[in-house]
Ligand binder design. Structure first.
Ligand SMILES: [Zn+2]
Length: 379
């Protein structure tokens, strides 16, 4: 986990290199959509990732909606990529891939986040692409079980590996437009992705073979519009820049009819969040914005955990965790505690039994301390 954190925190790319590479990549009238990331597996990485979820207790909920538990679904890399992933129908024409609640490990092999797709009479819109090119292809096989409509859009809610690394499976199909935040372009050209791919190749070699980073065609955020609307086959998808609360750039999507709100990692259901890569103070502000902007939402689909119906307790739970942790670390800083002491005193017993607490909490506390300490010095 610490290694994983380090990888995420590696410096952002040089703007100049970015601009240059961007120029080369778009030298023709056609926008290049995929970049081969040709790195060797990181030596010695990922040994601990072979363990984690207990594969001896497989579980698959019958229903995804409001399910109190997430699946324990083992991915066998020996299965052909033409084998469909399991999926759930959560609303008319709307389907959901229910990821394991775990860090990426040797059991879920990158199926530790959610994704979904919506079928219309004029084509399919896909939301997120799971954690490896292999899983992206197995998503595609599942979509093909439901419909032979062409894939028209892939919306990448943010460029964390568990949502983004399967994207090439879709981007390389003819006629697919990829929508994401401008931060996804930065990430695709960054040294961070090189490290992350090298790391993942060490323990998911078959699934990460021929990995390519997808450069989106339609951008939100940064210098681009903050909203983008897709009208497809009688359905409307309003896609919004939701800032950088969790990554270099996050999106949410509102689907109508049905009032379905795809919130990505702005709220976590049934697990503790990871807050080491976004902007701490944006989390609560963006959650306020979410509830204010979509008062008629009837179904919320998170990036992790079960889709939920109103009043969406997952938002309050994620919020309470972030707020309590921030308050606790603030108090420690006021008392002049060291980083080590503050992290040692940051336990939140209320969340101790929530999945991923043990894995994420100390890292989250560490991150919050560094953010608040920096702010203290800046005053
Ligand atoms: Zn995620």
């Amino acid at each position: 986990m610490i290694k994983h954190l380090l990888i995420i925190k590696v410096a952002m790319p040089l703007k100049l290199t970015l601009a240059l590479l961007g120029l080369l990549a778009t030298g023709c009238a056609c926008a290049a959509k995929v970049l081969p990331i040709d790195v060797a597996p990181l030596e010695g990485a990922g040994a601990e990732q072979q363990f984690g979820t207990d594969a001896g207790h497989p579980y698959q909920p019958k229903e995804a909606l409001n399910s109190p538990r997430a699946p324990v679904f083992a991915i066998d890399p020996k299965d052909p990529d033409s084998k469909p992933l399991p999926y759930y129908r959560i609303a008319p024409d709307t389907y959901f891939f229910f990821g394991n609640i775990a860090e990426v490990d040797g059991v879920n092999r990158g199926f530790n986040g959610n994704a979904g797709f919506v079928v219309t009479r004029d084509g399919v819109l896909v939301v997120d692409a799971l954690g490896t090119p292999y899983l992206g292809r197995r998503m595609l096989a599942a979509i093909r079980q439901v419909t032979d409509q062409p894939i028209r859009y892939l919306v990448i809610t943010h460029a964390h590996p568990d949502h983004y690394y399967g994207a090439a499976a879709f981007a390389e199909l003819p006629g697919v437009k990829v929508i994401s935040h401008a931060g996804t372009v930065d990430y695709a050209y960054s040294s961070t992705i090189q490290h992350s791919v090298a790391y993942r190749k060490a323990f998911l070699p078959a699934e990460m073979k021929d990995f390519k980073a997808v450069v989106p065609d339609i951008l939100l955020g940064g210098d681009h519009p903050r909203e983008y609307t897709v009208r497809l086959g009688g359905k409307i998808f309003r896609i919004h820049d939701s800032g950088q609360h969790h990554s270099h750039g996050d999106l949410v999507m509102y689907q109508q009819p049905g009032n379905i709100l795809w919130v990505s990692d702005l709220a976590f259901n049934g697990r503790v969040t990871f807050i080491g890569d976004g902007h701490l103070h944006e989390i609560l502000a963006r959650q306020d914005w979410l509830l204010r902007t979509f008062p008629h939402a009837r179904l919320m689909v998170p990036g992790h955990g079960a889709p939920q119906t109103p009043p969406f307790p997952m938002v309050a739970q994620t919020r309470s965790y972030v707020k309590q942790l921030t308050d606790k670390i603030s108090a420690s800083l006021r008392q002049g505690e060291s980083l080590q002491d503050a992290v040692d005193h940051a336990d939140l017993p209320e969340f101790a039994n929530v999945p991923l607490y043990r894995l994420n909490h100390r890292n989250n506390a560490n991150y919050v301390y560094r953010v608040l300490e920096e702010e203290q010095f800046a005053q």
